[in-house]
Design a protein around this ligand. Sequence first.
Ligand code: NAD
Length: 343
Amino acid sequence: MLTMSAEALSEVTTRIFRAAGAPDDVASLVAYSLVDANLAGHDSHGVIRIPTYIEQIAEGDLVPSARPRIEGDRAGLITVDGAWAFGQYAAHVCMDLASSRAKEQHVAIVTLVRANHIGRLGEWAEEAARAGVVGMVATSWGGGPYAATPYGGAGKVLSTNPIAFGIPLGEGPPFVLDYATTAVAEGKLRVARAKQAKVPDGWIVDKDGRPTNEPEDFYAGGMLLPFGGHKGYALAMVVELLSVALTGADAARDDKGRRNGAVFLAIDPSAVRPLDEFRRAATEINARVTGVPPAPGFDSVLIPGEVEARSREVRRTEGIPVAESTWEAIQAAGQSVGAHISV
Ligand code: NAD
């Protein structure tokens, strides 16, 4: 395992995406986003993605120089065509639009179609919260590849359908709920398979819908389960309906059938009550909830977003762990676009 600083990783990532055809601002924004996912402790959405994005560029699925375009803009609704640009760049543009528009007219919704992978959703939710508004983002790979079965079903028809909310609090990091609506992200199965370890009950079923603890069964046609049974499944459907049906991502599909969409929502709390009153109330709720004694086996009650904030502190000083195989794949991806990377 290598340990690298956030700065070194950002520099390498920016260089590779620039060599692959991204303008400077896009290359550095996507690099920031990937490295921030590593800093937040979500390595599955960090620099490990570089080789996949470079492959997608080579296949014409990701257009590194593209910029999202506003297609419609009326009242609090803005529709955006992602133009198959880097998803992180498109997501940043959309959340920024939603937040600034909400500040003008209290609430705003931005829909995004023709979107590539938008990375760690928490980044966009947190961006909104840090701008002083409540933010929500949800996304779906409406046309697959599918990974999950609906509750009660035995067929792969849903992607991992993540959702995130960011809410400003009085002090400290904002509240950031950010997760897939499946029991676990697919990357965690890959890790278990590599270690030849079993996975806990409730994560996956095999190709016939039977519960299994063998990660290999997932790769032999098995499926991820929704988290929380019927409740997680229902939320996955909300994400699917908003990200695909509401946005029109299905109608904007490409000739490979990709129907990726995302929806962004921002609400200005100061439209409802003075901002300091809102922050005071939010802080009181936070204090009441986290103030209970910890249960056996726990140190304290955390608010969503705190784990990532703590991870950032540690990794900024101690560095980011990068597996040798990941680093080699990043170097090969760099080489394929003429960016020669060494440690
Ligand atoms: P996860 O299960 O790790 O849950 C993360 C969430 O739980 C965060 O909000 C975190 O702050 C909170 N949390 C963790 N421990 C907590 C505790 N002790 N107390 C309170 N809150 C706690 O998330 P996941 O489902 O594995 O998803 C990982 C990442 O993958 C997310 O960033 C998600 O956006 C991303 N993702 C993206 C896509 C995509 O298509 N772009 C698809 C799936 C997942």
